[in-house]
Design a protein around this ligand. Structure first.
Ligand SMILES: [Zn+2]
Length: 201
């Protein structure tokens, strides 16, 4: 294994701890950063610092936002009767890209995943249940977790919690192959999955 100075080794380790970045990529990115002009590196540091300090979770939908409540939750034109439940803030951006979905969101920030030590408490399911109990306008919860074992288990769990309240629970279905992630779906597939949703309750 190559030997680097402690500061370079630390930079490589930090990049390597990020999702989707293996040791080789971490090394490439670290040396890319070291080769950057100072102002570029300062811009990168400032972007991370600013995003970290000015971004919070929306107290209603739990999506990342610069102002709480977020622009979707405060938009008078949105359909307040429907909540689309997604795993991550990235998924909200993907549904918004289609300009078809007009309802509200709830971001879980994860799913039940025993292999990664992710329990249901690591998600915002309890905030969702509180939100539904305090808001009588909501009459449908559409679960758009990814189509894999963890996403399906989480969808089933939510439907069991929500169904007794009488709120309709649906799951996006057709078009998305098993094992696929929302973020890899194209707009048309995504909209057909949304329109072809099936009842869980
Ligand atoms: Zn919000």
């Amino acid at each position: 294994m190559e030997k680097y100075s402690p500061s370079i080794q630390r930079l490589i380790s930090e990049f390597n701890s990020l999702p989707g970045i293996g040791p080789a990529t971490a090394k490439n990115v670290a040396f890319h950063v070291l080769d950057m002009p100072q102002e570029k590196a300062d811009g990168l540091i400032d972007a991370i610092k600013t995003a970290r300090s000015s971004t919070c979770r929306c107290s209603i939908c739990q999506n990342f936002t610069d102002s709480d409540p977020c622009s979707v939750c405060t938009d008078a034109m949105r359909d307040k009767s429907t909540v689309l439940v997604v795993e991550s803030p990235k998924d909200v951006a993907i549904f918004e890209r289609t300009h078809e979905y007009k309802g509200l969101y709830h971001v879980l920030h994860g799913v039940f995943d025993p292999l990664k030590n992710k329990s249901l408490e690591d998600t915002t399911i309890s905030q969702l249940i509180n939100r539904l109990s305090q808001n009588s306008e909501i009459n449908e919860v559409i679960i758009a977790t990814n189509q894999n074992a963890e996403g399906n288990a989480t969808a089933l769990y939510i439907s069991r919690l929500v169904s007794p309240s009488g709120i309709k629970v649906t799951r996006i279905a057709s078009g998305l192959p098993m094992g696929s992630n929302i973020e890899n779906a194209d707009d048309i597939t995504l909209m057909s999955a949304l329109n072809g949703r099936v009842n869980l309750s």
